[in-house]
Design a protein around this ligand. Structure first.
Ligand code: NAP
Ligand code: G4F
Length: 325
């Protein structure tokens, strides 16, 4: 921007990562704009919980609508664009595959086009995902591991990933793709397994719920804290040269062991409460994810700061507070 203040546009600002990223950028003195699709209910609870709702500038727009993205670029005069908006729940992508493809795949290309048309000098970040590794081809996945997505979500995100690489190669745009492994927080949506578990643990502890129904508890994920991961996003847009980076902890934990930690935090045994319900088993599963974040460490100086134990305790405590304990 002309007065020297940098301007950022975040799609998906009302989501978990969007809220933490907005908080980070505000702290660095940015003018923060958020693309907000029209919804019939208020979706700003995360921004409110972080106390930043009044500090961000919301722009009406949707990743399905290119004209709204061009307008958002013009209004925000963004120097940096973070494309976090998505239908991000893997389970839903089997029920709504075409919507997922349109928003997560074509939507990313629309946002790249809007950036190219309005300000091709803007630095662009794409929220790519470890789901692209799917049926893994290497024990520890890094930037050179081949992809094999296992869900319509993973397939759509692959389009967005390669579109980002392609805009970098075709137009010389500063477009980076962050291949982020699972990251969680007290602001995580309740449908994702960590938050589903921590919310249930708090409910059970307070006598409000009797059991917890889950799907495949033997799958393993490389889980980190979202607050740490948004720093990696920002570091990518600050590099002299755009590139792709894996962001992960390098530790994998099963859903079963995550349950042990969460129930154990309030003195309960998960085996007394967890039931397996076939309803939550997916048509195709990603059995295990384990990232190698060596490139992010060497090139960005990024490292995770929060352990799995700290993360799960933080989430259970937040859910206990929310439920009034
Ligand atoms: P999230 O909490 O589900 O947030 C998704 C955001 O996208 C919300 O703000 C949502 O708006 C917005 N959105 C949905 N449809 C949209 C549309 N048509 N137009 C514009 N915005 C739309 O997801 P998250 O966990 O913060 O993840 C952020 C991004 O990183 C996503 O792209 C996700 O796929 C990717 N990712 C996440 C992880 C992870 O572990 N969290 C790992 C790798 C990659 P509403 O609030 O109005 O629905
Ligand atoms: O928490 P999840 O739904 O996350 P998933 O599918 O790994 O996707 C998340 O991480 C991706 C990065 O790898 C992101 F790109 C994506 O946007 C999202 O943020 O499921 C984790 C694991 C799966 O193996 C699932 O089958 O937990 C297993 N699981 C077992 N029972 C369950 C349940 N998952 C959910 N959501 N609900 C269950 O009851």
């Amino acid at each position: 921007m002309s007065n020297g203040q940098r301007s950022a546009l975040i799609t998906g600002i009302t989501g978990q990562d969007g809220a933490y990223l907005a908080q980070l950028l505000l702290g660095k003195g940015y003018r923060v704009h958020g693309l907000a699709p029209r919804r019939s209910t208020d979706t700003s609870w995360r921004l409110r919980e972080l106390g930043i709702l009044d500090d961000v500038h919301m722009i009406d727009g949707d990743l399905a609508d290119l004209s709204s993205l061009i307008r958002a670029m013009e209004q925000s005069r963004a120097d940096e664009v973070y494309n976090l908006g998505a239908q991000s729940f893997v389970g839903t992508s089997w029920q709504q595959p075409l919507l997922t493809a349109d928003i997560d795949g074509t939507g990313a290309m629309r946002m790249l086009e809007a950036t190219r048309i309005v300000n091709r000098e803007a630095h662009f970040y794409q929220a790519s995902t470890s789901e692209m590794f799917g049926l893994i081809k290497a024990e520890r996945q890094d930037e050179n591991t081949p992809f094999h997505p296992r869900s319509p979500y993973g397939v759509a995100k692959m389009m967005a990933h390669w579109a980002t690489v392609n805009y970098r190669e075709s137009y010389g745009m500063h477009a980076s793709s962050g291949i982020l492994f699972n990251h969680e927080s007290p602001l995580r949506g309740i449908e994702f397994v960590t938050r589903k578990v921590t919310n249930a643990v708090a409910s059970i502890k307070l006598g409000l719920q009797k059991e917890l129904r889950l799907g495949n508890i033997d799958s393993k994920r490389d889980w980190g804290f979202a607050g740490d991961y948004v720093e990696a996003m920002w570091l990518m847009t600050q590099q002299a040269v755009a590139d792709d980076f894996v962001v992960a902890t390098g530790i994998t934990v099963s859903v079963r062991d995550m349950c042990k930690l969460a129930f154990g935090h309030v003195g309960l045994n998960y085996e007394d409460y967890v039931l397996i319900d076939p309803k939550f088993i997916r048509p195709a599963e990603v059995d295990v994810l384990l990232g190698n974040p060596a490139k992010a460490k060497a090139a960005l100086g990024w490292e995770p700061r929060t352990s799995m134990e700290q993360l799960i305790s933080m989430m259970v405590d937040a859910d206990m507070r929310r439920l009034g304990a």
